[in-house]
Design a protein around this ligand. Structure first.
Ligand SMILES: Nc1ccn([C@@H]2O[C@H](COP(=O)(O)OP(=O)(O)OP(=O)(O)O)[C@@H](O)[C@H]2O)c(=O)n1
Ligand SMILES: C[C@](O)(CO)[C@H](O)COP(=O)(O)O
Length: 236
C-alpha cells in the first residue's frame, strides 16, 4: 500500500566501509546503539516505510557480521558487493537493482549505513518535495557556525560568507538510470565522488537541497556515537 502523494522508491545502503576514523574493533555500522547495530537501525528507517519497493545493501567481501543480523533473513533486502570507495559500493548496488527489475525512471534513495537517526518525517519530506522534480536531490543542512578559511600555519586568512554553504546529508534521491550513468561515467573519468549529488553535478545537473534535521548525523568519529547514545537514552 502506498502513501498518497509519496512515490514508490528503492533504497540503497552502502555498508562496506571499514570505519577507520571510528577506530573501533569492527566496522562502525556493526557497533551497538540502544541494543541494536547501527546498520539495523538504519535499515528500519526504510523497511518501515509503506512506499519501499526493496533495499540493496552493499557489503564488504566476506563480511562476517551481516549473517548474524535478523535483517539478513528479510526477503526485501538484497546484497551487492562493496567496492574500494563508497561510490563503487553504490554503483554495484545500482547494478543489482537493475537485475532485480528496477526501471530507469524508478526513484532510488541512497543512504549511508552510518546514519541511523533518519527521522521518518525527513524521509517523507524528501519524497514529497522531490516526487515531481526533474533531477532529484538530497537532504542537507545549512552551515550554522561562522566559517573560516585557514592557512597551513593554522592561522585564519578570512571569514567566509556562510549563506550559500550547506552540508550534504543522505538520503540522496535520484532516478536509477540517470544516477547510474552519472556515477559510472564519473568513476571512469577518475572524478572524486563523495556523494551521489557530486556525480550528478559532474553530469551537468543541479540537484535540489531539501533542508533536513541536523541530528541525521553520520557516525564518523567516536563522539558522534556518544552523542547519539545520549540522544536516544530514554527514547528506545
Ligand atoms: N568502500 C566503501 C566505503 C564506505 N562505504 C559506506 O559509505 C558510508 C559513508 O562512508 P564513511 O562514513 O566514509 O564510512 P567509512 O569509509 O566506513 O569510514 P572511514 O572513512 O572513517 O574509514 C558508510 O555507511 C560506509 O559503510 C561503502 O559502502 N563502501
Ligand atoms: C555521502 C556523505 O555522507 C555526505 O555527507 C559523505 O560524503 C560521506 O563521505 P565522507 O568521506 O565521510 O565525507
Amino acid at each position: 500500500m502506498n502513501t498518497p502523494d509519496l512515490p514508490p522508491f528503492w533504497a540503497v545502503i552502502p555498508a562496506a566501509g571499514i570505519g577507520s576514523r571510528m577506530r573501533a574493533d569492527k566496522p562502525k555500522q556493526y557497533l551497538q546503539l540502544a541494543g541494536k547495530s547501527i546498520l539495523e537501525h538504519t535499515l528500519h528507517c526504510f523497511l518501515d516505510h509503506p512506499c519501499l519497493r526493496g533495499v540493496v545493501v552493499s557489503l564488504a567481501e566476506g563480511d562476517p557480521f551481516w549473517p548474524a543480523l535478523d535483517c539478513a533473513r528479510d526477503g526485501r533486502i538484497h546484497i551487492a558487493a562493496g567496492g574500494a570507495e563508497r561510490a563503487d559500493s553504490v554503483l554495484n548496488a545500482l547494478l543489482r537493482l537493475a537485475e532485480l527489475g528496477a526501471g530507469e525512471q524508478d526513484w532510488v534513495l541512497v543512504h549511508d549505513a552510518a546514519r541511523p537517526n533518519l527521522a521518518q518525517s525527513d524521509l517523507d519530506l524528501l519524497l514529497a518535495e522531490l516526487a515531481d522534480d526533474p533531477v532529484g536531490g538530497l537532504l542537507a543542512v545549512p552551515a550554522r557556525d561562522t566559517l573560516k578559511r585557514v592557512g597551513s600555519d593554522g592561522r585564519v586568512r578570512e571569514t567566509i560568507d556562510r549563506s550559500p554553504i550547506w552540508q550534504a546529508y543522505t538520503p540522496q534521491m535520484f532516478r536509477l538510470g540517470a544516477l547510474h550513468q552519472a556515477l559510472a561515467e564519473a568513476l571512469v573519468s577518475d572524478v572524486v565522488v563523495t556523494d551521489e549529488a557530486s556525480a550528478m553535478e559532474w553530469a551537468g545537473q543541479a540537484p535540489r537541497l531539501i533542508e533536513g534535521r541536523a541530528d541525521n548525523l553520520k557516525v564518523t568519529r567516536p563522539e558522534d556515537l556518544h552523542y547519539l547514545e545520549r540522544l536516544w537514552r530514554g527514547r528506545h
